[in-house]
Every structure is written in C-alpha cells, then in structure tokens.
Design a protein around this ligand. Sequence first.
Ligand SMILES: NC(=O)c1ccc[n+]([C@@H]2O[C@H](COP(=O)([O-])OP(=O)(O)OC[C@H]3O[C@@H](n4cnc5c(N)ncnc54)[C@H](OP(=O)(O)O)[C@@H]3O)[C@@H](O)[C@H]2O)c1
Length: 306
Amino acid sequence: MRILVTGASGLLGLNLALEASEEHTVFGLVNHQPVRSEAFTVMQGDLLVPGTVERILDQTQPEWVIHCAAMAVVDACESNPLQAQKLNSEIPGKLAAIVGRGGARLLHVSTDAVFDGQRGDYSEQDTPNPLSTYARTKLEGEVNVLKANSAAIVARVNLYGWSLLGKRSLGEFFYHNLSAGKRVNGFTDVFFCPLLANDLAQVFLRMLTLNLSGLYHVVSRECLSKYEFGVRIARKFGLDEGLIAPTLVETAGLKAVRSPNLTLNTHKLSQALGAEPPGIDPGIDKFHQQYLEKYPQHLSEMAAGE
Ligand SMILES: NC(=O)c1ccc[n+]([C@@H]2O[C@H](COP(=O)([O-])OP(=O)(O)OC[C@H]3O[C@@H](n4cnc5c(N)ncnc54)[C@H](OP(=O)(O)O)[C@@H]3O)[C@@H](O)[C@H]2O)c1
C-alpha cells in the first residue's frame, strides 16, 4: 500500500512511518522539524498554509492517509486556542473531505482526553465531555472528520515511546529523569491505558488491512495510574523508583485541567481485530528492549539539522 503519514517528526508519526515502511511505501509529512530517513520519503509542508493538503496528496497519491499531525501539547493549546482550533479541528475535516473525494482512505488520530474522566471504562458509545482546549478541539476534529467522510477511521489513543528528540513521551520523561537521579512527581489519581507507539502502529496497520471505519478506542487492554507506570519503568530499567513522589494532579500546578480517569474500553477494537490489544508490561518490556538495541539513538540520528 501507499501510505501518507502526517506528523512524521512526532512521537507517533515517526514510529508509525518506520513500522509501516517495513511492508509499505510510506511518505512522511513533517513541518518545522526536519527528518532524515532511508526507510520512508520525507515530505515538508505546513498544513495550515492553503494548498498544502492538496499538494501533498497530489504528490504522494496515497491509498491511506494516517493523520498524526496535531497541536498535541495540552498546555500549548491552552496558550494558543486559535492555532489549536485550526490544527486540531479544521484541518482534520478538510483533510477528510479531500481524501474522500480522491478515493483514498483516512485514519484520523484522536485522544482519550475527549472524556472528563469522572467515570472511566469509556466505550465508543459514551458521551465525551472535554475539559481543556486540547480536548475540545480534538473532539471537534473527530466530528468534522466523520461528517466529511463516513468511511474514515477515528482512533482515540494514548501512547508512549522513544521520540526524535527524546523528550516527547511520559516513558522518556521517567527514564531520563530517573537515570539522572532526579526526583519526579507521579500522579496517583490519573489513570490511563498507554500503548507503546510501535504497538499502536501495528494495530493501526491491521485496522487498515481489515478496512475498518468509524470510531475506535485504540489503547492498551490494561490501565494504570501514571505513578504506577513510572514505577514499572523504573523497575524494568533498574532505576530507583523511590525518586518518584506519589502526587495528586491538582497539586502539580498544570495550566490545563486534566481528566482523572481516562481508562477506555477496548471491546469494540478486540472484536474487530479478533484479538485484544497489547497489555502494559509487554509494552514496557519492548520499550526497554528498544533501549538495549539503541533505537533511541537511531531516532535521534534521524533528526536532520540537529
Ligand atoms: N502523545 C500522547 O501522549 C498522545 C495522547 C493521546 C493522543 N495523542 C494524539 O496522537 C497524535 C500524535 O501525537 P504526538 O504526541 O505524536 O504529536 P507530537 O509528537 O507533538 O507531533 C506533532 C506533529 O504534528 C506536526 N505538525 C504540527 N503542526 C503542523 C502543521 N501546521 N503542519 C504540518 N505538520 C504539523 C509536527 O511537525 P513538526 O514538528 O515537523 O513541526 C509533528 O510532526 C495527535 O493527534 C495527538 O493528539 C497523543
């Protein structure tokens, strides 16, 4: 298949472009952050510049577009709501309409954060209630995509993994700080179900081959607190878990409101795949194995111009 991955310099997009290029012809769109890759063709373009979506689709002629590009830093969205609105709400709808007209398919990436986290175990049927600008704009993006293109897949995700500059994921945060002997906070009252980016990428590729459409929760089959996640990383990497201070999220002084219980139900996904998505410990084992195999260094060498 010919696959266009937007956000190919980002945490998800880069790992996904690398995973997909094992078996497919992949084009990866980046904007400000240059990337050097022998595995996939790197394209440059700002999705907010009129004509970019059309130009990139015309040049790449994809059968599938996996849209990972977003304003994905929660507090940055709070500081710049207009930009968040354009990138997270408007661009996905526009992309969905143009992709649909050209006969290609779209997998649009959304977030678990569309829920207010008061209950947890949310299914695709449950009503979202976004608490932050990031969450609100991402929810609008979902609605715009499915309105413009009912054949699209919308995947609500949560993930961690190794990233281009080593600073993008919670897994990297715990690894880097603990290995430098620094104390960090671990939220005991925020629950999530993160998948390793590479495992998430493999689930996405399976969803494409199965020709799915509609809304799916694509997260780990298991969930835990952010504190517990840090502890498991520490144990796997042989680092001092005592450096992680159990903390309540409201005491952390974060700019945007966070939803406490973002555990999602993956029943619909498991039915469609015929198998459950990966659990937490196998993901952390693989994250550690990638570290041993110098995957983080491989990614950082792809950061052209750094
Ligand atoms: N990370 C998480 O924990 C998490 C959790 C839930 C959901 N998600 C969702 O997963 C998706 C990927 O997130 P991520 O963490 O991988 O994001 P990320 O690391 O912050 O990367 C964002 C990507 O978007 C690109 N981008 C931003 N503005 C652009 C523009 N105007 N034109 C073209 N590209 C642009 C960036 O390109 P440049 O850097 O080259 O400018 C970068 O490649 C997003 O939809 C996010 O909402 C992420």
